[in-house]
Design a protein. Structure first.
Length: 492
């Protein structure tokens, strides 16, 4: 019998349930077991959290960057000390393979805290001088930042928001996804241990339309950084606009993976197949940057497609806690139903599933996971670029295969959705890679790689994939208002 976790809110340095006492159940999606509860917070809890953050702002923003950085480093050190506990909790909360949580999610959360601590210490005051005046750009922390994160990379994306906010001098009210609140709760506990001043980091748990919406609408919230679905992003932007609140929106994607024939010659085939499969199926396809449309040069089809199908079939589906598992469970049984419905729709539209295409037979799963939310890696061919499965995000282990004749057609198909998050280009020709990259309408283009990151580089999307960028200086600047002080060099 698994121990259950009671997640609490962190408000003004204290832990508390929702004022109304209501809770949300938390399930392990790989087993469907109840693993805990979290507060089902309302506007009352949000009010208390925003008030605490407002009261803490003057002292926190007045600290020297190095003092704020020291708190973030102390927090990062505690997460690192407990990295195995965090990784296990993340795997149980999401269904993602433990190996992925241990090698990517939690190390990246630690890196986020450290990166922004160092970045704020390294940032310089900009100055411009001409014959008339000296202009000094002071960056003044905005105030209370609302940081709202999704369920697919819970601690990774939560820290990606709170770290630059806190480093910049904002105080924070964070709202993790109600589906995956456990690692943010563990972080809340470590923040107390790390000696965070009360009210600087507050975390409220609850449902998006109730707790999240109250946070976005709160008049004393100065800015909102949000990662999640495009529809939610629209709602948040609409609420924020009349108050001129600054928003950063990291939303969905329908990212193209563009494979040229020169990337599937015998010496490169395995590398390309593994890279493309990784881009499509990592975290069960539940990464906003997953390459869910695979565009293949016609002359490469016969070589590449069977090799990709073989690779997808070879991925081991199973208990996320088993080190041999490549593909864990999706986030919930409801999400499996959504993914299955999208695949069924694609088949009705004329697509053919070359692998996967229907729910995993539970009898093939380890006994403990037979009630889990599993769906197999699925590759679908035969759909025109305009088909729904090529236009709408499915956010599961499902990718479509689309042929193209030449570079121009590849670019046209790649750019032919309402999204613009990222792309990857697979070719042995460096000048072609750069040529294609320069024509793609998206925030990041990976060449012969996927999800390789330098945290100093901005990341984010265009069009329905979002507004603004996170990462590096862009993130620090988001949380601050530039105020320019101009001094005449010569007395008038
Ligand atoms: P979601 O939009 O349902 O929820 C995200 C967060 O917003 C949750 O904390 C939720 O409680 C909150 N929320 C929901 N409604 C709200 C409202 N009206 N006001 C305020 N907050 C509200 O998204 P999700 O299902 O948790 O995550 C999956 C989506 O996130 C996918 O579309 C995926 O592409 C996207 N995503 C994007 C990126 C990126 O960097 N672009 C990264 C990860 C995930």
């Amino acid at each position: 019998m698994m121990m259950t976790t009671t997640v609490l809110n962190l408000i003004d340095g204290s832990f508390a349930p929702a004022r109304g006492g209501a809770t949300i159940s938390i399930y392990n999606p790989a087993t469907s077991e109840l693993v805990g509860t979290a507060p089902d917070s309302t506007a009352h809890d949000v009010e208390a959290a925003v008030e605490a953050a407002t009261n803490a702002f003057a002292a926190w923003s007045a600290l020297a960057p190095a003092q704020r950085a020291a708190h973030l480093h102390a927090l990062a050190n505690l997460v690192e000390r407990d990295i195995d506990t965090f990784a296990r909790a993340e795997s149980i909360d999401t269904g993602k393979p433990l190996a992925l949580a241990r090698s990517v999610d939690i190390p990246r959360a630690i890196a986020n805290l450290r990166f922004f601590a160092d970045a704020v210490c390294d940032s310089h005051v900009e100055q411009f001088a001409n014959e008339h005046a000296r202009s000094v750009v002071h960056r003044r922390a905005l105030g209370v930042a609302a940081c709202i994160s999704p369920w697919n990379l819970p601690l990774y994306l939560f820290t990606w928001k709170i770290a630059p906010a806190l480093a910049s001098g904002c105080t924070v009210v964070g709202k993790p996804s109600e589906i995956t609140p456990v690692t943010a709760w563990m972080l809340a506990q470590r923040s107390i241990e790390a000696g965070f001043p009360r009210g600087v980091l507050n975390i409220v748990n609850g449902r998006g339309p109730l707790c999240g919406a109250a946070l976005v609408a709160h008049p004393r919230v100065a800015c909102i950084t949000f990662t999640g679905g495009t529809v939610t992003g629209e709602t948040i932007a609409r609420t924020a606009a009349p108050a001129f609140k600054r928003v950063a929106l990291e939303l969905g994607g329908k990212n193209p993976t563009i494979v040229f024939a020169d990337a599937v010659r015998s010496d490169r085939l395995t590398q390309t197949v593994h890279g493309v499969a990784r881009a499509a199926f990592t975290n069960q396809g539940q990464v906003c940057h997953c390459g869910s449309r695979i565009l293949i040069e016609r002359s490469a089809w016969e070589t590449f497609v069977p090799a990709l199908v073989e690779r997808a079939r070879a991925l081991r589906i199973g208990d996320p806690l088993d080190a041999a598992t490549d593909v864990g469970s999706l986030i919930s049984l409801q999400h499996v139903m959504r993914v299955a419905a999208a695949v069924d729709g694609a088949i009705r539209d004329g697509g053919r599933a070359l692998c996967g295409g229907s729910r995993v037979d539970p009898s093939l799963l380890p006994a403990a996971t037979r009630a889990g939310a599993f769906y197999p890696p699925t590759l679908i061919e035969g759909l025109p670029p305009s088909a729904k499965a090529n236009q709408e995000e499915i956010f599961g282990p499902v990718a479509t295969l689309i042929p193209f004749a030449d570079e121009a057609e590849a670019v046209a198909i790649a750019n032919g959705t309402r999204f613009g998050l990222s792309a990857s280009v697979w070719t042995s020709d460096p000048s072609r890679a750069q040529r294609i990259a320069s024509q793609l309408d998206c925030g990041t283009v990976w060449i012969n790689s996927w999800m390789v990151r330098d945290l100093r580089a901005p990341i984010g999307g265009m069009h329905a994939s979002g507004l603004g960028r996170e990462g590096g200086r862009e993130a620090l600047h988001f949380f601050a208002e530039p105020v320019v002080v101009v001094t005449h060099e010569t007395p008038e």
